[in-house]
Unconditional design. Structure first.
Length: 244
C-alpha cells in the first residue's frame, strides 16, 4: 500500500458517496496515478470504518464512472485506469437509447462541434493527415459502389473521427466520438439512402482543407451536413408529442 494517500473514517449518512468523494479527491491530487492498485477490500473497509458491502457500492460507482477497473482473480482488486472518456461516450449512447437525445439534437450538435474541429484541424493537418483523409474518401466511395451500407457508414464516421484527432483537443475528441457513436446507431435506423452527393462534397472540402482555407472548408462541410440532416430527419418518424 502506498504512503502517498490515506483515507479517513466516515461520519456521514451516505457512506458510499463519501468513499467515492475521498477516492476522487486522491485521484485529483495525483496521489493515485493510472495503474495504481487500491488496498484490498478488507483494508479499505477498515480505513473507512464501513462494511465491505458499503465499500463495494462505492467502488462500483467509481467503476461505472470509468475511474477504476474491478479486476477479479488472485491478483484482482480495484485498479485506477485512464478510460474515463469511455464512460462519457457510453453515457451519451445510453441517453440516446433512453430517448434523452432527440435526432434533431444529435444532428445539430454534430454540426456545431464539426465547425470548431475543422478550424482547429485545418491549422494542424500534416501532409500525412491529408493523404489519410483522401484515402478514407476513396474507400467510402468504393463501399457505396459495392452497396456495403454498414461499411459506408463506418468509413464516413471515421472521416469525422480523423478530423477530431487532427484537431488535437482531447476534450473535443471525447465529445465528438460520443456524438459519432450515437450517429452510427441513428444511421442504422435511417437505413440505406442515396448519398451520391457526398463524395463530390468531400473532394471540394479537401481542396479547401489542404489549402488551409478554414472558412471555405467549414462552409462546404456545413452545407453537406445540413443536407444530410434534412434527409435523415425526413426518414425518422417523430414520436408522439415530440417537437421537431
Amino acid at each position: 500500500m502506498s504512503d502517498t494517500f490515506t483515507f479517513r473514517k466516515l461520519r456521514g449518512e451516505r457512506a458510499s458517496d463519501e468513499i467515492s468523494a475521498q477516492i476522487r479527491s486522491q485521484l485529483a491530487a495525483g496521489n493515485l496515478p493510472v495503474g495504481t492498485k487500491l488496498p484490498a477490500e478488507r483494508l479499505l473497509a477498515e480505513q473507512f470504518g464501513v462494511s465491505r458491502n458499503t465499500l463495494r457500492e462505492a467502488l462500483r460507482s467509481l467503476e461505472h464512472a470509468g475511474l477504476i477497473r474491478l479486476q477479479k482473480g488472485t491478483n484482482g482488486g480495484a485498479i485506477v485506469q485512464d478510460r474515463s472518456s469511455e464512460a462519457i461516450m457510453s453515457g451519451l449512447v445510453d441517453m440516446y437509447h433512453l430517448g434523452g437525445i432527440r435526432p434533431g439534437d444529435l444532428t445539430e450538435a454534430r454540426i456545431m462541434y464539426e465547425t470548431i474541429i475543422i478550424r482547429l484541424a485545418c491549422a494542424k493537418a500534416t501532409p500525412e493527415d491529408i493523404d489519410a483523409l483522401n484515402a478514407n474518401i476513396t474507400a467510402a466511395e468504393e463501399a457505396r459502389l459495392s452497396s456495403n451500407f454498414n461499411q459506408r457508414i463506418e468509413l464516413h464516421i471515421d472521416f469525422h473521427r480523423m478530423l477530431a484527432r487532427i484537431a488535437g483537443n482531447s476534450i473535443m475528441v471525447v465529445v465528438m466520438n460520443g456524438v459519432l457513436d450515437i450517429m452510427i446507431r441513428f444511421l442504422q435506423t435511417v437505413g440505406p439512402y442515396n448519398n451520391t452527393f457526398v463524395t463530390p462534397s468531400r473532394r471540394r472540402f479537401m481542396k479547401y482543407f489542404a489549402a488551409g482555407d478554414a472558412d471555405a472548408a467549414v462552409a462546404e462541410m456545413e452545407t453537406l451536413l445540413r443536407r444530410l440532416e434534412k434527409l435523415y430527419l425526413s426518414r425518422v418518424p417523430l414520436k408522439p408529442n415530440e417537437p421537431k
